[in-house]
Design a protein around this ligand. Structure first.
Ligand SMILES: Cc1cc2nc3c(=O)[nH]c(=O)nc-3n(C[C@H](O)[C@H](O)[C@H](O)COP(=O)(O)OP(=O)(O)OC[C@H]3O[C@@H](n4cnc5c(N)ncnc54)[C@H](O)[C@@H]3O)c2cc1C
Length: 366
């Protein structure tokens, strides 16, 4: 008969053995492989294990949803923040060799946390250092690395031209890599389609570490990486984007109606006319339950917001003809540059444009 002390000791040894074999062994041999394979001593500064004091802050740095960093969430054994393509190639090689899955992270905004969690031992390849943006105004193209945020892309375009834009989401801390991989819609959707529709070429690393472009990967894979979901096919390092023209001045408006101001009829009408408005009009309605300012009773607020690629003088007669029920007036409208309209839609009116370069996220626990 075993004593309770013996049983406890046995359990402790067993627990230690399993945590050693699950957490320590693959990670140690992976690290040895990485330092040999990369042939670059500086890579050690780009690797974060759970014993590093900055592991937690690196993990959190772009993690949009803090639910994915709770005590119960599986954590990566290692986070690699490569600065060179060869670092990524070595990481892919060594993780395959040692049976570790990889998760690629660009902006960390994945709704399901797919860039930051896994149910098997895994490592994160965080593209935080792959964030250059090169804008060629003359040829209306830009090369952008996946780790850049949409805000950085928009800022760099506006820095060179206020009459060019890239059709993608408004929210400025979203990463280019995950966004374009999943399609990417924004305010220019009706006029120019998705972000993925405006990609001309890409630099891509496959599972064997080969660096491919559109020609060498072939049209099928090139089609799949533009909307087929990030992380499914390999790692996109950078994208060649087609920039689209926007007028020097666009118009934004926001009109509100509560139930007592015929909101129901106006929303009903909007559902019939919105889709037939010219492609230059992006129009949305948000419905929100509120307490009335008049008598405190519950009511519904309908917020009609729009971005129009043109001037107020062009917009007013158009809306009067197509949507008179809204009663749009000049006072509801503001003309501004396209980049300013993005600031307004980001909830950052009157802020310096440089705020778009700030990609550190205000994490959400939603
Ligand atoms: C607040 C908020 C607002 C949003 N608004 C919009 C919107 O208006 N329009 C819209 O279309 N979407 C919107 N989204 C969704 C967003 O576009 C996607 O979640 C997108 O995948 C985020 O990209 P990321 O690089 O930030 O995310 P990440 O979490 O880094 O990556 C997302 C996925 O792509 C993979 N991936 C990342 N980088 C690469 C790469 N370089 N190569 C291959 N795979 C990669 C990851 O492994 C993961 O599976 C919003 C999300 C949030 C949180």
């Amino acid at each position: 008969m075993k004593s309770p002390q013996f049983s406890m000791l046995f359990t402790l040894v067993l627990t230690a053995f399993f945590s050693f074999s699950w957490a320590t062994l693959p990670h140690q041999s992976f690290l040895q492989c990485l330092s040999l394979r990369s042939n670059d001593s500086s890579i050690s500064k780009l690797i974060f294990t759970r014993t590093n004091s900055s592991y937690g802050s690196v993990l959190d740095s772009t993690l949009w949803n803090l639910r994915f960093n709770s005590t119960n969430t599986p954590k990566p054994l290692v986070i690699v923040t490569p600065t060179q393509i060869s670092h990524i190639q070595a990481t892919i090689h060594c993780s395959r060799k040692h049976g570790l899955q990889t998760r690629t992270r660009s902006g960390g905004h994945d709704y399901e946390g797919l860039s930051s969690i896994a149910k098997v031992p895994f490592i994160i390849i965080d593209l935080v250092h792959f964030r250059s943006v090169d804008v060629d105004v003359e040829n209306r193209i830009a090369w952008v690395q996946s780790g850049a945020s949409l805000g950085e892309l928009y800022y760099r375009i506006a820095e060179k031209s206020t009459k060019l834009a890239f059709p993608a989401a408004v929210f400025h801390t979203i990463g280019v890599g995950g966004h374009i991989s999943g399609g990417g819609f924004g305010l220019l959707l009706r006029k120019y389609g998705l972000a993925a529709d405006n990609v001309l070429d890409a630099q891509f690393i496959d599972v064997n570490g080969r660096v491919l472009d559109r020609k060498s990967m072939g049209e099928d894979l090139f089609w799949a990486i533009r909307g087929g979901g990030g992380g499914s096919f390999g790692i996109v390092l950078s994208w060649k984007l087609s920039l689209v023209p926007v007028p020097a001045n666009v118009t934004v408006f926001s009109v509100t109606r509560v139930l007592e101001q015929n909101a129901t009829e106006v929303v009903h009408r909007w559902q019939y006319i919105a889709r037939d408005l010219p492609d230059e009009v992006y129009s949305t309605v948000i419905l929100r339950g509120i307490n009335s300012t008049q008598d405190g009773r519950k009511t519904v607020l309908a917020i009609f917001s729009s971005l129009f690629l043109g001037t107020i003088n062009e917009l007013l007669p158009l809306m009067e003809q197509r949507f008179p029920e809204l009663g749009l007036t000049r006072q509801n409208c503001t003309e501004m540059s396209y980049i300013q309209s993005l600031m307004v839609n980001n909830g950052l009116p009157n802020q310096p444009l440089e705020i778009l370069l700030n990609w550190t996220v205000q994490n959400s626990a939603a």
